[in-house]
Design a protein around this ligand. Sequence first.
Ligand SMILES: *Cc1c(COP(=O)(O)O)cnc(C)c1O
Length: 400
Amino acid sequence: MKRAKTYRPATQLIHGGVERTSFDETSDAVFLTSGFIYDSAEQAERTFTGEEDRYQYSRFNNPNLTSLQNRLSILENAEACVLTSTGMSAIYASLMPLIKTGDRVVASRALFGSSYWIVENLLPKLGIETVFVDGTKLDQWQEALSKPTAAVLIETPSNPMLDILDIKAIADLTHKAGGKLIVDNVFATPLYQHPLQWGADIVVYSCTKHIDGQGRVLGGAVLGNKETIEDNITPFVRNTGISLSPFNAWVLFKGLETLPLRVEKMTQNAQACSEFLEKSPLISRVLYPGLKSHPHYELGQKQMSASSTMIGFEIKGGKKAAFTFMNALELILISNNLGDNRCIMTHPATTTHMKIGEKERLHLGITDGSIRFSVGIEDVQDIIEDLQRGLDAVAALSPS
Ligand SMILES: *Cc1c(COP(=O)(O)O)cnc(C)c1O
């Protein structure tokens, strides 16, 4: 689809990147093959020297991976994309080729649990100096990036309390320090925020989240310019074997077709739910980028084209109240995935963020009453009635 580049996102997500076979199928074929054959020994040789562009082996590439890479690149307006087995392997693959022993890495504190683990535990073992900063405080970035730094990793909006970080300002400081900025863009989705446009060098997705959005498969993607991706990250993915399976690529490619419908509906529902939650006296804080009360509302308006499918909120009464609320829910599921069609709630302090320790957790604003809410596409009235059920159970706890 040569012309797809000129279409708007929703159209590109149906038509962009299609690799039709000679059978002219409507839907996309699945290429469940580990390898590919050659006409002759000479053709095999030409393929390995790079003279001939051909598929060789599905750890390197496969038509289903090509389709998904192309569709994501169009959406992100990126020169290149490489796919990985999970979101975490995408984070790992975006970081490791940029750094070596003796280098320095700076990261925002509010990171997905496993990303935090890589920076906190793995990198120091390899002789890499790591520094965490409070991502919303520019003076901390200025200080941390006053020394040469190879790579910077941030997430915005962040998991789980939806801090919004200034990508442009952090990118400028990163480049002055000689490094590359990696942005985990999962919470924003590829529809609402384009970090490359604000100066980031690499964008990372867990495709497991909104891109699949139907709770089926795991996958990851790394996007950026040709040099960064194809010279550094693609060889790392291919040679370490953290490639995406063709079947999962096909599932994700189909998922992209309905991404705008799902994400826009989730966002409408999330706006309504955040307004509902904000009115309750049993709730001390609601963090939602679409609410004027969000501490970084203005930055969100500038940097993102819409708010979010995710809400962070805090119930008064700590763990007991939070658990009472969650256990009273009938529709909203307790799970740790996000970006799914179905509403999902997580208690970060006892699950996703249990391992980081209480002090660090509180520093991130994750209290015993904090709940992360991934809003689904169900009828918003049913969702709000379920939230009311939870609030009623919490109200029944107190003596008044
Ligand atoms: C889920 C998630 C990841 C990790 O993705 P997996 O596909 O589970 O490996 C990384 N960052 C963020 C923000 C996530 O939500």
